[in-house]
Design a binder for this molecule. Structure first.
Ligand code: UT7
Length: 319
């Protein structure tokens, strides 16, 4: 028995914020954002919540899979922007979709969160007891941004992607590897909670994402090719044998650099960040959803995430 993908779902907020519109408020320009990152638009939540986006994506994945929510035994949400720390977003999604038998919890591994959550789900499924597992990446990062920090606010955005994994005689998940380098813990940060209150002192602190962009760029363009090569070695494949690379959608230049390091044409790297920006844990399942029309049966696909922690994770799938 193996594990295969039975359904995919995606949800984004209604409001689209273009680079032009953003530059009316922030000291930036469409030219800078487009040329340095590849981002043109992003979706920003006005009324939508992380719970709602995760639920919409989950409902679409379940419907695509043709599986009753009652038969889902595991719900894992990867997020750094939950509406509540407790209950977990996974519990809220399970309640909303009627997954009344599921074990539910959230995972925090930032932009690697979807791969980490998938590894946990697939390990639990392979150990037995779980037939169907829903793994969701969902973020409303716009709430966590300092809208005066042009180094971050032009990059991050909101959305959700969901994958319904099911146990099957055919195995689609060929290899996974994940890792962390806590020495880089200070390179991307977001304080937890709504306040930093101690017993004696109520401290005002900015609850926003801070990032040392250049350091993270160097980390990503070094670690991601290494991680991909490790996974390919496990499966005895070469970079040329991969039909589509789906990387965390942080920066078009990172993807081009990784393509160059692997010696494959950059056209093999799927990109949708021009529409959605960097949606952290949601970006890989959202990109897989958008790429699915291009995928052919038997195609080998790499999914690779990287981000705060520092963390990284790569999965090899056979479509
Ligand atoms: O999702 C988690 C993982 N995150 C990432 O993978 C992000 C990795 N890092 C990056 O993608 C890039 O480092 C950034 C897109 C964040 C920044 O691009 P960069 O080419 O590394 O720019 P920089 O930070 O070195 O800044 C270059 C210049 C600076 O001006 P000076 O000092 O050269 O005069 C910045 O002040 O660009 C300026 N700048 C901007 N200008 C207009 C920085 N942000 C902006 C902006 N608009 N939004």
């Amino acid at each position: 028995m193996g594990v295969k993908i039975a359904g995919l779902g995606k949800a984004v907020p209604q409001m689209v914020l273009s680079n032009e519109k953003l530059s009316e408020r922030v000291d930036t320009s469409d030219e800078w954002i487009r040329s340095r990152t590849g981002i043109e638009n992003r979706c920003i939540a006005v009324t939508e919540t992380t719970e709602q986006l995760a639920t919409s994506a989950a409902l679409e994945a379940i419907s695509a899979a043709g599986i009753e929510a009652h038969n889902i035994e595991l719900v894992i949400v990867a997020t750094v922007s939950p509406d509540t720390t407790m209950p977990s977003t996974a519990c809220l999604v399970a309640r909303n979709i009627g997954a009344d038998r599921a074990t539910c919890f959230d995972i925090t591994a930032a932009c690697s969160g979807f791969v980490f959550a998938s590894e946990v789900a697939i390990s639990m499924m392979n150990q037995g007891g779980y037939q169907n597992a829903l793994v969701i990446g969902a973020e409303v990062l716009s709430k966590m941004l300092d809208w005066e920090d042009r180094g971050t606010c032009v990059l991050f955005a909101d959305g959700a992607g969901a994958v319904l994994y099911t146990k099957s005689e055919e195995n689609q998940i060929l290899a996974i590897e994940t890792g962390s380098n806590p020495k880089g813990a200070d390179q991307i940060t977001l304080p937890a909670g709504v306040g930093n209150h101690t017993f004696y002192q109520v401290e005002e602190r900015k609850q926003t994402i801070q990032m040392s962009g250049r350091d993270v760029y160097v980390f990503a363009t070094t670690k991601v090719p290494e991680s991909i090569r490790k996974v390919l070695e496990k499966a005895q494949l070469t970079p040329e044998e991969i039909a589509v690379y789906i990387l965390h959608q942080a920066n078009s230049r990172i993807m081009d650099n990784v393509a160059q390091k692997l010696g494959v044409p950059k056209e093999h790297f799927f990109k949708n960040l021009s529409h959605y920006g960097n949606t952290s844990a949601a970006s890989i399942p959202m990109a897989l959803y958008d790429a699915k029309a291009l995928l052919k049966s038997g195609d080998k696909i790499i999914l690779s995430g990287f981000g705060a922690g520092l963390t990284w994770g790569t999965m090899l799938l056979e479509w």
